[in-house]
Design a protein around this ligand. Structure first.
Ligand SMILES: Cc1cc2nc3c(=O)[nH]c(=O)nc-3n(C[C@H](O)[C@H](O)[C@H](O)COP(=O)(O)OP(=O)(O)OC[C@H]3O[C@@H](n4cnc5c(N)ncnc54)[C@H](O)[C@@H]3O)c2cc1C
Length: 408
């Protein structure tokens, strides 16, 4: 191997590229290699954000940022102080990629094209002298031993030796299996960021309708979230559902995605909603209920919920019985829907689970058990809600691990 330090990164995704580039920039004398099994690298970047790549989020305070990570929030606080969203923006800007922020805080390249990010990463890697080998599926790794003081990496064609090794292999179950054999704890993987399958007459035919501020709760659990909710032809989606799926990833997997969802459609607390309904009943006695939606709800959804509460098209507020009133209040503030499964969200899905965070030093992203082995990105038990936060974890981890490998 000669005197040159060799650093091998397995996985040519977001985390792998960032780590390799940083490492090569910090230590221009090191030989830095990315081994990628695919014909192309950065495959997920390509399809991310509907082809636009939601590269990060306009959240520039580390304490706020960590709140978006159902798993990893404690561990990422220090790393985000070192390399946060503003650093990501600056990193790409310095390399000629301008970004823009959308109303909800998501950040994209101004070109609205993920290829811009891919081109930038390839270019930065080439300039830093990183070697990228495609179609190099790694089939096994061996830690240094008395006989062989370097890491041994086995591909189909060759053995490669490395002074330092980084695993940026995303959610590869094979890699997790190797790590388990090497003594690491792997938190069992379960999907995160999915939508709910619901067959219910109240939302039948209402696909495409959305509510700007619904509160969603898993019945019987403390699990609750809020935000825009979208009715789909298979059930429900939108941020209020996706966030619930992320925070409840493990719990909902344990329940095999069978549970009851409670929806407050009104954007108000149930007390405030009740007061408004009572006010209407008192002061708008002659008005028919069904044709006049409240709480800014779409007319068809309002009609459907009111009908489910036993109201008729011609019922006036004055004629609403106590039982109907209670029913309407319940349909609006705690409508109970049976969830019978999940579907993949088209824009973004991630895996919760991976290398246990207790076994990683977050100052360097190095294994506490196997010196010279580093991790970043989805291989770790870290994941976030949608909005560019998953890439941010990959950029941050990759950058810090790269710096650590380069300065070691
Ligand atoms: C459809 C979709 C859209 C998304 N959109 C967004 C978005 O807009 N914003 C956002 O923040 N997040 C998004 N995400 C999530 C984001 O893509 C991931 O969090 C991120 O790609 C993780 O990066 P990574 O480098 O850890 O893993 P990956 O990107 O999965 O890269 C791992 C790489 O390792 C390679 N590899 C694995 N095993 C081996 C092996 N044995 N030998 C050699 N190579 C190997 C793989 O081929 C792969 O290229 C999206 C996810 C999906 C599925």
């Amino acid at each position: 191997m000669g005197n040159k330090q060799r650093v091998v990164v397995i996985g040519g995704g977001a985390a792998g590229f960032f780590a390799a580039i940083r490492c090569a920039e910090v230590n221009p004398h090191a030989e830095v290699l990315i081994l990628e099994r695919g014909k192309e690298a950065l495959g997920k970047v390509k399809i991310s954000g509907g082809g636009r790549c939601n590269v990060t989020h306009a959240c520039f305070d580390a304490t706020e940022l960590v709140k978006r990570y159902p798993r990893g929030s404690r561990e990422l606080l220090g790393p985000f102080h070192r390399f946060g969203c503003a650093d990501t923006v600056a990193w790409f800007e310095q390399r000629g990629v301008r970004t823009k922020t959308e109303a909800d805080g998501r950040m994209f390249p101004v070109t609205d094209n993920s290829q811009t990010i891919i081109d930038c990463l390839w270019d930065a890697a080439r300039k830093a002298g990183v070697k990228i080998l495609l179609q190099q599926r790694v089939e096994g790794i061996l830690p240094p031993s008395g006989k062989q003081p370097a890491w041994t990496i086995r591909t189909k064609e060759q053995l490669i030796y490395a002074d330092q090794l980084m695993l940026a292999t995303g959610s590869s179950t094979t890699v997790w299996e190797w790590l388990r054999e090497l003594g690491h704890t792997i938190v069992p993987p379960v999907p995160s960021l999915f939508t709910f399958n619901i067959k219910d007459p109240r939302i039948l035919g209402l696909e495409g309708i959305s509510v700007p501020n619904a509160t969603t709760t898993v019945e019987g659990e403390k699990l609750t979230d809020g935000g825009p909710l979208l009715i789909t032809h298979w059930g429900m989606s939108g941020p209020a559902i996706l966030r619930l799926s992320a925070y409840g990833a493990r719990l909902l997997a344990d329940r095999q995605y069978n549970f009851h969802l409670l929806v407050n459609w009104t954007g108000q607390s149930s007390d405030a909603a009740k007061a408004l309904l009572e006010n209407c009943r008192k002061n708008e006695a002659r008005k028919q209920v069904l044709p006049h939606p409240m709480f800014g709800l779409p007319a068809r959804l309002w009609r459907s919920l009111a009908t489910a509460a036993g109201l008729y098209p011609e019922t006036k507020w004055a004629d609403v019985t106590k039982l109907q009133f209670q029913g309407l209040f319940a349909q609006l503030t705690a409508a109970r829907f049976p969830v019978t499964g999940k579907s993949t969200f088209k824009e973004e899905f991630v895996t919760a689970g991976g290398v246990s965070l207790r076994e990683v030093n977050f100052k360097t992203f190095e294994s506490k058990l196997l010196p010279g082995l580093y991790f970043a990105g989805e291989v770790l038990d870290i994941d976030a809600v949608t909005g560019g936060f998953n890439f941010q974890a990959a950029w941050t981890g990759g950058w810090i691990a790269g710096e650590a490998m380069g300065t070691r």
